[in-house]
Structure formats: structure tokens, C-alpha cells
Design a protein around this ligand. Structure first.
Ligand code: BG6
Length: 517
């Protein structure tokens, strides 16, 4: 039955859903801890500029940097300007910049320095007076995890975490936290306890920047706004699912951060398991944060790593090799990386979902640095038809049907199916039907961080994983990590290839193979 279109004015509440109205943050400001770090320079500051240039920040928006450098306001302005001109998505505009620059402030200090945090608290009050930030502040922790507890404690001690003014007036205080959120379940539980002892869960925004990507949100549109996919989205039709996040870059300057963390903790525990949740979850009754997260958590609770791990997982470290026309050094030659380290730069594992929809369908997850090319995709590979009235020769070049969600680059969705090759013989071969964002839409996709920062300022928490999701993701991965910790050195793979031989064997023994995107 088709639903009659009620017309634009039938229900006045619909106006609230009017997608033409921009979502603009109310009076507020943001403090970034770790503002001199890589992430802030390359992603956060440019994203804030892009939001300003799209007119989505409030007039008095104020951005306070906190760090150890002895910077004046002017030094900070110069630094932010450099970051913006180097990496912002939208064109640099002097008017936008000067409005944003008026609201830039810097506070110098270390994370254990009470006086510096008291200065920060005083500055925020002053900004509320002069810039109209309304007492509403988001604290962005772009700092190594060992500093989380210190900063949270300082925000508490100095009164900055209080959701009410001393006079009992309303204001909001939120904390935005970057991963890694713990290094296993136990440490994540500890961290959550520290954060939640100061900030109520609805004021905590844990960043998984993959959820801010348009194509990742499109998984929900693809599955739940269409009728053609959902009926076949289950173990009756799907043979297996491959989730790949491949990077062509090496560790570069991040060796210090990465050593001891590795590919599984860096990417599988968060980005890939979140992708799995969106692909595999049941339809939520609405997209309200509570309903959406309930479904994600439910499917994660049904997800476990498949054993025995010597067959169902693989890990590796890259060695020197040619990446296209560029020669890349091996991991052990990377500056700042301990050559004896067993930290993996490639990780793959097999997960299963114990539910009626997915029982028997392996989910193969892999990620790695210095692989063949940069690509993130989710491939749902279908079973073969139970009977095919063709001779073998006619379908030699036919593989399994597949739906491939291309998260990046070349964002889009691809369907692979068999088609008759033109000619007098009857030969069937794979063809692709390709939807590309670039061709279908004129709008440019915002950067993930633009979306997520705006959502945090707007108190829209759908795209932020809860503490339960984070802890459950660790629970899924911990047995694999424990096995690897006892299993000695990772295998090797040459830069520019698709991972160690063990990764290929992992699928071959199941009669399958990884896609070469
Ligand atoms: C981060 C990881 O979360 O994602 C990095 O810590 C990785 O190691 C990065 O390089 C990749 O993000 P994107 O958006 O470029 O795929």
C-alpha cells in the first residue's frame, strides 16, 4: 500500500524535519586539549573552519586551545590559520576567517597543572560574558589516553564539568573523546568509569570518525529506505561479508603512537566493528539515538570471533617494497619504531553473528598499512544459484553476485551480477552497475569531523558509540589479541601487496578469496 502524501503543510511538526533548514549550533564554544597534535591540525581545526564557512556555527563561537606551548593569542591564530589554509575543505575567505579568529584563545599549561585549569575556567566565564557563549562548552580530548583521567579530573576539580552555573542556571558541558578508548575491555571499563564519574553518559561523545562519513550513514539509507536489498540481506542469500579498510600510507610520523597499539586496536575494534554493526543490525524502530544504538548493541552482543585463531585470523608487518612507482621503507626502518616490536600493521579476523539472520555467514574483517591502495569497502558476496542451466564453459568468467558499498574513495555502491556477453555464443560474465556520489549529486560531502563536531554541539548523539558498544567491541576482539600476544612475531608482507600469505590462506581454506579492490 502506498502512503498518501499529506502535502507540505498538513502537519506543522513536519517543518522541524525540513531538510532544507540548516542545522546551526546554538550559543557555545569548544576547548581542544591536544590542539598542537596531528589530529587537531589536520582534521579538527579545518573542520571547525569549514563549519564556520558554511554558517553553521553560532555568531560568538569561541575556540580555546590548551597546550604546553607558551603561545600568545596571536601565535595561536597564526597556527590555526596555517592549519586551515593547509587542510580546510572550503575555500579560504578573509571574512569568515576574521570572524572565527576573533573567538580564538589559548591557555598555556600541562594536564596536571591546577593553576592552568583555573585560568581556563576563568577564561570560559569571561568568554560567556563577552562572546555570549551561554556557559555551553564542549571539551575535546584529542590527547593520548594516558592523559584522559587527568584532564577529566581537572575539569571536575575546577568546576568546568558542572552542568549548572553557581546560581543554579542551566548550561551544558560535554566531553568529546578520541580513541583509542582503552586497549582492552578491562581498561575501557576503567576509563568509562572515570569519564562517567564526572560526565553523565548523555554528555559524553566518543568519536569514531567513520560514523561521520556520508557513505557510512548511507548504509542505513540503502538498507532501510529501499525494498530491494533487505529481503536478500541474510544467510539464505549471502555467502559471506568482507569489510576492508586498506591504506597505502605507512606509519610516517605516527610510529610512536602506533607501536604497542597496532592495526586491530587502531581500526578493527572501532571503525570496522562499527561498520559491521550497521551492516548487520536489525531495523531500528526509529533513528532516534536510543533506538539506533539499541540495535547496534544487540547485534554486537551476538557477534564473536571465530576460532581456532591460527586459521581464522592473520597479522603482519610490512617490509620494504614498491608501492606503485614509489619505494617504501619497511616498518623496522621507520623512524621511532622499535625494530623488535611485534605490533602488527596488518590485521584480519573472522567474526560470526549468532542470530537467525546471520548464522553461518562469516564476516571477514581486514585492515592494514602500506597495502596495494587506499580503499574502504564492505562487500556482501552472494551465494551461487542452487542450479544453473549453463555449461561450465558458459559461466567460466562468472563469479558470485555482490553488493559493494564503497566507503572511500570513489564513494558509491556497486552491484556485480552476471550478464550475457554480446555475440552468437551464450557466455555469461560479471558486469558492474555503479552508483557514484560524484555523479549522482552536486553537493560535496562534508568531512566526517565537520558532521561529528556539529552533532556534538547540537546534542545529537546518534553517530557516537556508547560505552556499552565500546566495551562490547573489546570483548569481541580481546580473545584474538590475547592469542596474538602469545603467538610470537607477526608474519611479513611487502609494501604495496595485499597483506601476508596467512591472510590469503585464511580465506582459501574456506574456499573463498579476498577481493582485490
Ligand atoms: C584513524 C587511524 O582512526 O583512521 C589511522 O588511527 C588511520 O591509523 C585513519 O590512518 C584513517 O582514516 P581515514 O578517514 O583516512 O580512512
Amino acid at each position: 500500500m502506498t502512503r498518501p502524501n499529506p502535502g507540505p503543510s498538513a502537519n506543522p511538526l513536519r517543518a522541524l524535519d525540513d531538510t532544507r533548514l540548516p542545522r546551526i549550533a546554538g550559543p557555545s564554544g569548544m576547548v581542544i586539549f591536544g590542539v598542537t597534535g596531528d589530529l587537531a591540525r589536520k582534521k579538527l581545526l579545518p573542520a571547525i573552519y569549514d563549519l564556520a564557512s558554511r554558517g553553521l556555527l553560532p555568531a560568538g563561537f569561541t575556540l580555546v586551545g590548551f597546550g604546553r606551548r607558551q603561545w600568545s593569542k596571536q601565535d595561536f591564530e597564526d597556527y590555526v590559520r596555517d592549519a586551515v589554509t593547509a587542510s580546510a575543505r572550503t575555500e579560504f575567505n578573509e571574512n569568515v576567517w576574521s570572524r572565527l579568529a576573533e573567538g580564538l584563545q589559548f591557555v598555556s599549561g600541562a594536564f596536571d597543572d591546577d593553576a592552568a585549569f583555573d585560568n581556563l575556567a576563568a577564561l570560559l566565564e569571561q568568554m560567556d560574558e563577552v562572546r555570549g557563549t551561554g556557559g555551553n562548552w564542549a571539551f575535546y580530548l584529542s590527547v593520548p589516553p594516558e592523559h584522559f583521567a587527568n584532564v577529566i579530573h581537572q575539569l571536575d576539580r575546577s568546576g568546568m564539568a558542572d552542568q549548572h552555573t553557581a546560581q543554579g542556571g542551566n548550561r551544558w558541558r560535554r566531553v568529546i573523546i578520541e580513541k583509542p578508548f582503552g586497549h582492552d575491555k578491562a581498561s575501557a571499563v576503567e576509563l568509562n568509569a572515570v569519564v562517567n564519574s564526572v560526565f553523565p553518559e548523555n554528555s559524553v561523545f566518543r568519536i569514531d570518525h567513520y560514523l561521520g562519513k556520508e557513505t557510512v550513514q548511507n548504509i542505513l539509507a540503502l538498507r532501510f529506505s529501499n525494498e530491494m536489498f533487505e529481503p536478500v540481506w541474510n544467510s539464505h542469500y549471502i555467502d559471506h561479508v568482507q569489510i576492508t579498510m586498506a591504506e597505502d600510507i605507512g606509519l610516517g610520523g605516527r610510529a610512536g603512537y602506533y607501536d604497542g597499539i597496532g592495526a586491530a586496536r587502531d581500526v578493527i575494534q572501532n571503525h570496522l566493528i562499527q561498520l559491521l554493526a550497521l551492516v548487520a543490525m536489525e531495523e531500528p524502530t526509529s533513528f532516534s539515538p536510543r533506538r539506533l544504538k539499541a540495535e547496534k548493541l544487540k547485534v554486537l552482543r551476538a557477534t564473536t570471533a571465530v576460532e581456532p585463531f591460527d586459521r581464522t585470523t592473520a597479522r603482519g608487518q610490512y617490509t620494504a617494497g614498491w608501492q606503485g612507482s614509489e619505494y617504501a621503507v619497511g616498518l623496522r626502518e621507520e623512524e621511532g619504531f622499535d625494530p623488535e616490536s611485534t605490533t602488527e600493521t596488518f590485521a584480519a579476523c573472522t567474526l560470526q553473528i549468532n542470530s537467525r539472520r546471520w548464522a553461518g555467514v562469516p564476516f571477514y574483517l581486514r585492515t592494514g598499512k602500506r597495502l596495494g591502495r587506499r580503499v574502504t569497502e564492505i562487500a556482501l558476496v552472494f551465494k551461487r544459484p542452487p542450479y544453473q542451466p549453463f555449461t561450465e564453459g558458459q559461466t567460466n568468467l562468472l563469479t558470485n553476485n555482490a553488493v559493494i558499498i564503497r566507503v572511500q574513495p570513489d564513494e558509491g555502491v556497486l552491484m556485480r551480477f552476471g550478464s550475457k556477453v554480446p555475440g552468437s555464443s551464450f557466455e555469461v560474465r560479471d558486469v558492474n552497475m555503479d552508483f557514484s556520489y560524484d555523479e549522482a549529486f552536486t553537493e560535496q560531502s562534508p568531512e566526517a569531523y565537520e558532521r561529528l563536531i556539529l552533532d556534538a554541539l547540537l546534542d545529537e548523539s546518534s553517530l557516537f558509540p556508547t560505552n556499552d558498544e565500546v566495551e562490547r567491541s573489546w570483548e569481541i576482539l580481546d580473545p584474538v589479541l590475547e592469542y596474538w600476544a602469545e603467538a610470537g612475531r607477526p608474519d611479513e608482507y611487502a609494501a604495496g601487496t595485499w597483506g601476508p600469505q596467512s591472510a590469503h590462506r585464511m580465506l582459501e581454506q574456506d574456499g573463498r578469496e579476498w577481493r582485490r579492490p
